[in-house]
Ligand binder design. Structure first.
Ligand SMILES: NC(=O)c1ccc[n+]([C@@H]2O[C@H](COP(=O)([O-])OP(=O)(O)OC[C@H]3O[C@@H](n4cnc5c(N)ncnc54)[C@H](O)[C@@H]3O)[C@@H](O)[C@H]2O)c1
Length: 328
């Protein structure tokens, strides 16, 4: 079978692809496990050098989600599965409304239509976000059934994406699932335009011996998940029987509700004798305003009942980052 990973050369796209290559099989539209013959990593901005850990089953295709022909060309066989991760992220969406709509809505519709055009009913896993919740109408803990009142354009596009997944599934055009992600840590490399970027930077920069300037106060609380756990969550959600999801195809992935101060404590504990760069707090009203609209805690009972994994604690997440991304 063929697997398409949109946003495939991003943080989670690459981690997911490496894991898919190691697994070697997935449940195909036939409902049976099928060997993965090809993984296409579709991305508008791949890195200049081919990422490590990919074998010749993985092909990088440079392209733009908003380009219908490019997206249709990807879905060129019926034995297909899709992980849709390409997206304008939260801070980026606030800065450029038109871009957010073009990529996150038009781009997603192109992909769903390309799947609909196939004779099969491909499984599609959509990377949604807890940013579908927000604002003063939101309860302190959000669950799968909490009303969606997003407070960013990004969150609105993700909420619409979830509804589209439900409706294309209801119509039998595809077999969709939406994974509502908490903030995923620890992103390697350089910061991105996500308003939550500091939740990775607070670990990454000090471990690189660099200064981290925190745009939020240490008591800020948010749900986070480690990158390995989120990748396993995507895979599990792909493999779950559609019947087990019913009409509501969007699932809150399990997160840990932690404060920024707890992140710093965990970093110091795990780093031990490693020298660490300085952490300085300089609140940024633009970021604080966005973060304040997000949920602090999530209820993930349904995800856990479906067998999706949960991190044991922050220390494991920091150790996984050191193992996966820092030189030995
Ligand atoms: N990482 C998180 O904390 C987090 C939290 C909630 C939701 N999500 C969602 O998970 C998904 C993956 O997140 P990530 O952290 O890997 O993000 P990322 O920014 O590292 O990767 C996204 C990739 O999409 C690509 N892309 C962007 N616009 C595109 C376009 N128009 N056409 C083709 N490719 C395009 C980018 O080049 C990038 O490589 C995204 O949909 C994001 O909204 C992530």
């Amino acid at each position: 079978m063929k697997v398409i990973v949109t946003g495939g050369t991003g943080f989670l796209g690459l981690a997911l692809t490496r894991r898919l290559l190691a697994l070697g099989r997935l449940t195909g539209p036939s409902g049976r496990p099928e060997p993965i013959e090809e993984i296409v990593l579709f991305d508008a901005a791949p890195p200049p050098d081919r990422p490590t850990g990919l074998d010749n089953r993985a092909r990088i295709v440079v392209g733009e989600m908003a380009d219908r022909d490019q997206v249709f060309a990807l879905a060129d066989r019926d034995d297909l599965s899709v992980f849709h991760l390409a997206s304008v992220v939260s801070g980026g969406g606030e800065q450029d409304f038109d871009l957010a709509l073009r990529v996150n809505l038009t781009g997603m519709l192109n992909l769903l239509e390309a799947c609909r055009a196939r004779a099969s009913c491909p499984r599609v896993v959509f990377a949604s976000s807890l940013a579908v919740f927000g604002g003063d109408a939101m309860p302190p803990t959000v669950g799968d059934a909490t009303k969606q009142t997003p407070q960013t354009t990004y969150g609105v596009t993700k909420a619409i994406g979830e509804l589209l997944i439900n409706d294309y599934t209801r119509k039998g055009f595809l077999d969709g699932r939406s994974a509502r992600l908490p903030t995923v840590i620890i992103r390697p490399g350089t910061p991105n335009k996500a308003a939550s970027s500091f939740a990775s930077g607070v670990f990454r920069e000090p471990l690189n011996g660099e200064t981290c300037v925190l745009p939020v106060k240490p008591e800020t609380m948010m749900p986070v998940a480690g990158h390995r756990t989120v990748v396993e969550g995507f895979l599990r959600l792909h493999e779950v029987e559609g019947r087990a999801l019913g009409h509501d195809r969007a699932v809150n992935l399990p997160g840990l509700a932690v404060t920024v101060a707890e992140m710093i404590d965990s970093l110091r504990r795990v780093a031990g004798d490693r020298p660490l760069g300085e952490i300085r707090v300089e609140p940024d009203p633009f970021i604080e305003r966005i973060v304040a609209t997000w949920p602090a805690r999530t209820d993930s009972d349904r995800a856990l009942a479906l067998g999706l994994p949960q991190d044991r604690g922050l220390d494991d997440i920091v150790r996984a980052y050191i193992e996966d991304f820092l030189p030995a």
